[in-house]
Design a protein around this ligand. Structure first.
Ligand code: SF4
Ligand code: SF4
Length: 167
């Protein structure tokens, strides 16, 4: 098959993607917007089902994406640079899959053509999350599902460290 017939995520490195391509990689699972706890001794990450107050719990998308840093200053903007060493994204995250040399799964919206496919496949946080506005203590909300590796997704060694982002 000619390269031009392949989708962009199979032919373009993360660091060479346009901003539009980069943004479209996000599957809308919402799991990166969950609060996490880190064990100070072991450095291990523990997910909670407590979502950032700006997360729309139904769409699993940020309700104020363009202006989010004004309201949530510690929100992290994903770039190829920080992706190289990040350890708190869920294993289903499209950026992690591509970083580690895997393809996008069939439930990814870029493959299915529908933003609903990730919810229908049970991969997103829809129906499983609670807003930080009403959650109370994070320690009371520890969960395993955000860290689960979905069927068909294998952890692989990363192939290369992305170069500096061009935008
Ligand atoms: S975990 Fe990754 S794919 Fe899912 S919403 Fe966050 S950035 Fe997008
Ligand atoms: S500000 Fe938006 S993108 Fe950032 S963690 Fe909150 S919901 Fe997610």
């Amino acid at each position: 098959m000619a390269d031009s017939a392949l989708p962009f995520w199979q032919t373009t490195s993360l660091s060479d993607m346009s901003k539009e391509q980069w943004e479209s990689l996000c599957d809308g699972c919402g799991k990166c917007c969950l609060h996490k706890l880190r064990d100070e001794e072991t450095d291990a990450i523990y997910f909670t089902n407590v979502a950032c107050r700006l997360l729309d719990l139904e769409s699993c998308r940020c309700s104020s994406y363009e202006t989010r840093f004004r309201k949530v200053p510690d929100c992290v903007s994903l770039t190829p640079d920080i992706l190289a060493d990040i350890d708190w994204l869920p294993p289903s995250c499209a950026y992690i899959l591509i970083r580690d040399g895997q393809d996008l799964p069939e439930w990814h919206p870029l493959r299915s053509g529908s933003a609903e496919s990730i919810h229908e496949a049970g991969i997103s946080g829809r129906g499983k999350m609670i807003s930080e506005r009403e959650a109370g203590l994070l320690e009371d909300h520890l969960v395993d599902w955000p860290a689960e590796i979905p069927a068909g997704v294998a952890r692989k060694k990363r192939r290369r460290k992305p170069r500096k982002t061009p935008w």
